[in-house]
Design a protein around this ligand. Structure first.
Ligand SMILES: [Zn+2]
Length: 148
């Protein structure tokens, strides 16, 4: 299954894990909409894919588990700011069945106003709001957070 890493700065551990998995790396640091455009384009391409964000380190087993699961939308949780486990797009599979859905791609970043979060987080929240609940897989993927 296609593995895509949208990045501004790739964490070295993420880079190692994903190069082994033959991931595609996409620079989305150009502007706040770049991540959103990438998701829209992947959707339009219609081929199942796994998003792994630039500071998430899934194991090879976890990537295989997502790819093998028959459910359309699957994710692993990870620790955010050291505590609560969250499911966002950190490590998420979008299955073929899902990609046939028509989505609303016109979107104003900032509209959801997640105080203290970068604006691109709005895009993933908006995308997930249009999809059925994700199948959350057992266990956590490693989240390295901001580079030191
Ligand atoms: Zn699943």
């Amino acid at each position: 299954m296609k593995i895509v890493c949208p990045y501004a700065e790739v964490h070295p551990a993420t880079s190692r894990a994903l190069r082994r998995a033959s991931a595609e790396f996409h620079d989305v640091s150009g502007d706040d909409y770049a991540y959103w455009r990438l998701l829209r384009d992947l959707w339009a391409a219609g081929e199942a894919f796994i998003v792994v964000e630039h500071d998430i380190e899934p194991s090879a087993v976890q990537l295989r588990e997502l790819a093998a699961c028959p459910r359309p939308l699957c994710t692993f949780e990870y620790l955010y700011r050291g505590s609560a486990a969250v499911s966002a797009l950190g490590c998420t599979k979008f299955g073929q069945q899902l990609l046939r859905r028509q989505l609303q791609w016109t979107f104003q970043l900032g509209a959801l106003d997640f105080a203290g979060h970068p604006k691109w987080r709005d895009a993933q929240a908006y995308l997930l709001s249009q999809l059925p609940p994700a199948h959350v897989h057992e266990g956590l993927v490693r989240h390295h957070g901001a580079l030191p």
